[in-house]
Structures are given as structure tokens and as C-alpha cells.
Design a binder for this molecule. Structure first.
Ligand SMILES: [Zn+2]
Length: 143
């Protein structure tokens, strides 16, 4: 079987995307959400962990919260990095206020914190507001 397994961050469905479709804005076969590119999605812990177990592309999570000014300041930088890394690494957000169990499980001490996962394992993490170019550089050296 060729292609990459990607979990839909919107509905949790596991999709298989042919290699030649990775750059063609592939969509979830169940709900139609974009699997690669588009707006960075907010995930819950169950969906994130399913993606970590199954996905063939690395995942970078931005642990954030709506009350956190620096997090909101970083959001457009993170979105821009996601656009540039589309097809190589998928970037998602996790709202630690809405999902406090996730923040506890991953021992998030301060936000914003980015964590990079590949093949089901955490490779690296990085805290503090980070501009787009630095996010991309960090992702490329982490996964
Ligand atoms: Zn879906």
C-alpha cells in the first residue's frame, strides 16, 4: 500500500492519502475537512493520541489557552508555519483550558509550548512566543 495514513483532526477518522495527493489539499473521506493545509485545527486529547498512534506524518502541537496573550500573539505565526510545512508536518493546536487533562498528561508547565511528535514519540518541545521562521527551523530539526 502506498500513501500516508492521516487522522482527520476534525472528526477523528483515519484516512489514507496517496503520495501524489499530499500537496493537492486532500480532504477527509468522512467529514470533508482538509487533511493537509488550511486553518490550524484545535484538537482534543483523544483525536491527538489517535493521530500520534497512526499517522505517517509528524505532528507539532501548540499547547495554548484563550486567556494567554502570548499564545494569541503567536497564533498567526504558527498558522504561517503550518502553511509552509503543509505536506511535511501537520501543525495543530490544543486548548489546555478546554482540555486540562491533556495539559496534565503532557506536563505542560507554561504556554505557549510546542511539542513535536513523530512515530508516536515526543521528539522535542519548545516554549515561548516563537516567530514563523524559528518555528519552521525548530520543526525541521525536531522531527
Ligand atoms: Zn473528518
Amino acid at each position: 500500500m502506498s500513501g500516508k495514513k492521516l487522522t482527520c483532526f476534525d472528526c477523528g477518522q483515519l484516512n489514507r492519502v496517496p503520495f501524489d495527493k499530499l500537496s493537492a489539499k486532500p480532504k477527509c473521506g468522512t467529514c470533508g475537512a482538509l487533511l493537509v493545509g488550511g486553518k490550524v485545527t484545535d484538537v482534543d486529547l483523544a483525536t491527538l493520541e489517535k493521530a500520534m498512534r497512526n499517522d505517517d506524518l509528524p505532528i507539532v502541537v501548540d499547547f495554548w489557552a484563550p486567556w494567554c496573550g502570548p499564545c494569541r500573539q503567536m497564533a498567526p505565526q504558527f498558522q504561517a508555519a503550518s502553511d509552509i510545512l503543509a505536506g511535511q508536518t501537520r501543525l495543530v493546536k490544543l486548548n489546555t483550558e478546554a482540555h486540562p487533562n491533556a495539559g496534565a498528561k503532557y506536563r505542560i508547565k507554561g504556554i505557549p509550548t510546542m511539542a513535536a511528535f513523530a512515530n508516536g514519540k515526543e521528539r522535542d518541545r519548545h516554549s515561548g512566543v516563537t516567530p514563523t521562521a524559528a518555528i519552521i527551523k525548530w520543526v525541521k530539526t525536531s522531527v
